[in-house]
Design a protein around this ligand. Structure first.
Ligand code: MEV
Length: 410
């Protein structure tokens, strides 16, 4: 019998329908495009693409696509970006010297570390010859360190520059090649594993210097700095602060076809860099300026993998500027993280987060009402005026509006 994964997506859908599962319509061309990206594909999940209109980074204005289902995220990023633009924007810098890989080998009694050490430059040269196309694109194996030998295992840490790509597949191929070369080296019995590490690398730093008047004055700026201090010592606050940063970061990662899981994992480790979990950003007040900075491990790419193949992603690159480099995109991502962070801190330090959130939430709630566009607009206005945002509030307002309209007609 043909296995589920061997079937065409239409046949998989037919099977599910036979089992009584109702499936949404999908364009055949879309279904086939998606079938190329994953396994057992039967449909799609749609998310909106929103735009941040003027993110000023290193004196260049960007249109930034963000993908998210959370209503306030794009609004928050726009708000933060607007505050930055009033203060000469963000200064950012990306260091793209490579991503890590690990090769772990089983040693035997004949193992001599100094001999292996002497072999490593040769091994780098061999790998760079074999993977010459990566070298031609400006990347390649940069460094290998013998990290540890346990008497049984040898740990090698390899640094590979993936050029403009994320590099996961390429790095894994390189590591397996190198592990193969080493498996017959004197004193080595076999390879235990060879795979990239998502440990933080490819760091981007972004910073802003804002006139305190931009956030409503020195008192508010000091509250923002205090919130930031709390995030240095209190993990309950730090993780929420970082969630706000990742709202922005993940939005741009998704829009540009980058691996959200890899960056989330690396940022989680990085937040523990000082031995306990902390905020990834820092805000201070100095000489009537609110200073904000962030450093994030952003092993992202602008080419390779599914990035070039996906039309939806390519549209987003057209917004960013078709020829954007990976370093430039990483600068934009860190700047957006900082923008989302500032917008959240500013709201928390002043009127609280719920006022803005609920206004946007109202839009989602009224969208699901069975009502005319005009009625929906009126319901939204009443929800916001009364500061009442539940589904039942919306239904009550709708009933009241209809009652009033009927009364005025009679
Ligand atoms: C909500 O998605 C994100 C915030 O909770 C972030 C924060 O508290 O800093 C608003």
């Amino acid at each position: 019998m043909t296995k589920f994964y061997e079937l065409s997506p239409e046949k998989r859908r037919a099977l599910l329908s036979q089992e009584g599962i109702e499936l949404d319509e999908i364009e055949p061309t879309v279904l086939h495009e998606l079938d190329q990206l994953s396994e057992n594909v039967i449909g799609q999940l749609r998310l909106p693409v929103g735009v941040v209109q003027n993110l000023l980074v290193n004196n260049k204005s960007y249109l930034v696509p963000m993908v998210t289902e959370e209503p306030s995220v794009v609004a928050a990023a726009n708000h933060g970006a607007n505050l930055f633009a009033q203060n000469h924007g963000v200064k950012a810098h990306s260091q793209r010297d490579g991503i890590y890989g690990q090769i772990v080998l089983q040693e035997n009694s004949g193992f001599v570390q100094a001999n292996l050490q002497r072999e490593l430059p040769n091994l780098i040269a061999k790998a760079n010859t074999k993977f010459h196309s990566l070298v031609a694109h400006g990347g390649g194996v940069r460094q290998i360190d013998v990290q540890e030998t346990t008497g049984q295992l040898v740990f090698l840490r390899v640094l590979v520059d993936p050029a403009e790509s994320m590099g996961a597949n390429r790095v894994n191929s390189i590591l397996e090649f190198m592990a193969g070369e080493l498996s017959s080296f004197p004193g080595i019995s076999c390879k235990l594993f060879a795979i990239l590490s998502n440990y933080p690398s490819q760091f981007t730093e972004a910073k802003v210097e804002l006139d305190v008047a931009t956030v409503g004055g020195v008192a508010t700026a000091k509250r923002i700095a205090l919130l930031s201090q709390i995030g240095e010592v209190d993990p309950y606050r730090a993780v929420t602060n970082n969630k706000g940063i990742m709202n922005g970061v993940d939005g741009v990662l998704l829009a540009t076809g980058n691996d959200v899981r890899a960056i989330e994992a690396a940022c989680g480790v990085w937040a523990n860099n000082k031995g306990h979990y902390q905020s990834l950003s820092k805000w201070t007040v100095e000489n009537d300026k609110l200073l904000g900075k962030i450093a994030l491990p952003l092993a992202i790419g602008t080419v390779g993998g599914s990035i070039s193949a996906r039309k939806d992603v390519q549209q987003n690159f057209r917004l960013l500027g078709k020829h954007i480099s990976s370093a430039e995109l990483a600068n934009v991502i860190a700047a957006i993280g900082l923008a989302n962070n500032l917008a959240a801190l500013l709201a928390i330090a002043t009127k609280g987060i719920q006022a803005g959130h609920m206004k946007l939430q109202a839009r989602n709630i009224v969208a699901n009402l069975e009502a005319t566009a005009e009625e929906k607009e009126q319901v939204k206005e009443r929800m916001s005026a009364a500061n009442k945002y539940s589904v039942s509030d919306a239904k009550c307002f709708l009933a009241k509006i209809r009652e009033e309209n009927n009364a005025s007609r009679n």
